[in-house]
Design a protein around this ligand. Structure first.
Ligand SMILES: [Zn+2]
Length: 262
């Protein structure tokens, strides 16, 4: 934590409240198949059946569909490597506990077609990537939700319990689970609580600062100070994308690249 004496240009007002978390229902486990079934009884005679020709065509079309839906390719999508430091946090202990926050953060950043590639560590040492520290409070700065240090330092702090002024932000009740989360499939969604959403909004807001955005007055905007707003305008999107490429080495990313990184 080398930058505590650095000038801190961006701060938020804070009032804490404990988050409640919900778990994604991963589905019930399958029971093992009964292996005592008489094998002979499972052998079936294949019989040729006469099928009208138009039905055959329909069946062919169904078979042409991929068995598993794929995430859509988008050539404009940019990757952004982010390291989450969880060693000091009392609430966000690991990748699993942080998952809803990551999912909601990604929903906001997807407005700019920026896809964070998260890594998780309990080590405090800053990296060459964007470093985000979750902690009970910002060291030496009580009563703020988060802080984004100068871009050269690439460091962000977000407190464990952020408190934001709720605005009419039309947040969807569920967010898509991004492809980089293990086991994610297209259309898989996760409900996000208000507390998780506020944590995510603050995280995305500080990432916005790192990507060159100043504060705005519009309370529904991501860069309003201390509100739950999350929208971005066209100028902000362009600034974020340009800064991500120039300062953080963001690259256009394909599904195949992501699979390799797994
Ligand atoms: Zn700010």
């Amino acid at each position: 934590m080398r930058t505590l004496i650095t000038v801190m240009p961006f701060i938020l007002l804070a009032c804490g409240r404990p988050p409640t978390r919900i778990e994604l229902n991963e589905g019930a486990q399958r029971l093992p198949v009964d292996s005592s079934v008489d094998e002979e009884a499972t052998v079936q005679e294949e019989e040729d059946e006469l099928v009208p020709e138009d039905l055959l065509v329909e069946n062919e079309e169904e078979k042409a569909e991929p068995e598993e839906a794929q995430f859509a390719e988008d050539p404009e999508r940019l990757s952004l490597n982010v390291v989450f430091h969880l060693g000091d946090s009392q609430l966000w202990k690991d990748e699993a506990s942080l998952k809803p926050v990551i999912v909601e953060t990604q929903r906001i950043l997807s407005l700019a077609k920026i896809e964070i590639i998260p890594q998780y560590t309990t080590d405090d040492a800053p990296t060459e990537m964007m470093d985000i520290y979750f902690a009970p409070e910002v060291p030496g700065r009580p009563n703020i939700n988060g802080v984004s240090f100068g871009m050269a330092d690439r460091e962000i702090y977000v407190i464990d319990n952020v408190g934001l002024q709720k605005v009419d932000d039309k947040r969807p009740p569920q967010s898509d689970i991004p492809r980089y989360i293990p086991g994610a499939k297209p259309m898989m969604k996760l409900a996000i609580t208000q507390d998780q959403a506020e944590q995510a909004r603050t995280t995305a807001h500080e990432i916005g600062h790192q990507l060159g955005l100043p504060h705005r007055q519009d309370t529904t905007n991501l860069m309003a100070s201390g509100t739950s707003g999350w929208t971005l305008n066209e100028n902000e999107i362009q600034t974020m994308r340009t800064t991500a490429v120039q300062q953080f080495g963001a690259k256009n990313i394909t599904n195949a690249m992501l699979l390799q990184e797994d």
